[in-house]
Write a protein that binds this ligand. Sequence first.
Ligand code: ZN
Ligand code: ZN
Length: 395
Amino acid sequence: MTVSNCSPHPRATELADEFKSWRHHLHTHPETAFEEKLTSAFLAEKLASFGLEVSTGMAKTGVIATLKGNKGNGKRIGLRADMDALDIHELTNLPYASKHPGKMHACGHDGHMTMLLGAAKILSEAPDFAGTVEFIFQPAEENEGGGREMVNEGLFESHPVDAIFGMHNWPGRDVGTMAMKAGPMMASYDIFEINIDGKGCHAAMPHLGRDPITATGQVLLALQTIAARNVNPLESAVISPTQIFGGDTWNVIPDTATIRGTVRTFSPAVQDLVEERLKAVAKSTAEAFGCSARVMYQRRYPATINSEAETAIARAAAIRVVGTDKVDPNPESSMASEDFAFMLNEKPGSYVLLGNGPTDGNCLLHNAAYDFNDEAIPYGVTYWITLVDEYLGAR
Ligand SMILES: [Zn+2]
Ligand SMILES: [Zn+2]
């Protein structure tokens, strides 16, 4: 197999229409966390038709396909795509729009699956490398941690790899561009719920109760001092309260009020600090107003941290595909998060961004008008093929 320089692989161009039809099929049939049954069956059927060894059922709907090179034993590389859609009602009017009401591929995972499937097809036609490629299709990236489930169910015991690689489409970056860096690419994702307990009473006689509403207002403001006053200004943290509940009517001070929200950080030390301060600030502020606070703090996803050596390999592959001037070697880290982090916690690897074109017309991730850009498919397919060549090729 020859890998062309600075343009899509010729097979990826030849097969572009077929890949597009796979992507549109997946887009029409979106499925959410751990319910990706049609998706899983579609992937497994295609992968088996390429002659690959396919295993299904890990983390309920995960699919893994194994390809051994024809040049003997060697290293083992894992390539991962996510499979799930979002609970969004699609508003695109596309001919291939979602047929599942309230579900939509609004994060481009339809494109991610298509690109990895396309790479599996082309690589299986000419596996001219030494070693093994594991194609890993993972359910439930959004919220539910399908990546963690696969790791917990023994992904890397049943399908051992020396390194693991992931990719996400990125609207706002041009098609035919890529971006990656060593270190944190995405933040950790934690959630919290603070219940502030007071004593309910008549709203006209507040002195007879202990008002959790006023205390909640103070806690809400005090939480913002954690990032501003406790975290080192050269580090990053976001504390975003996103829900407030309390009270049922005009003239009653309730017993309890609730704040919920999310925390994003890049380093475990900052994550520890924010958790500790959030609990202390909530409790002591509530107490200052005669109330008490119960705090639930849950760590959902760790930060997504790319390793040095594997990111250098990913960058070398990307440069071969799109050219040096189209590879951003220092993209801004995102405060969004990604459950590929669980795989990167186990194995060295790199998570890269693939340009998906302009953000015109609400073309934003998680927007009801989003559609993955088919023009990006040949670049993503070629990146995977070239990465395998960089990692396992006889060079
Ligand atoms: Zn998403
Ligand atoms: Zn996504």
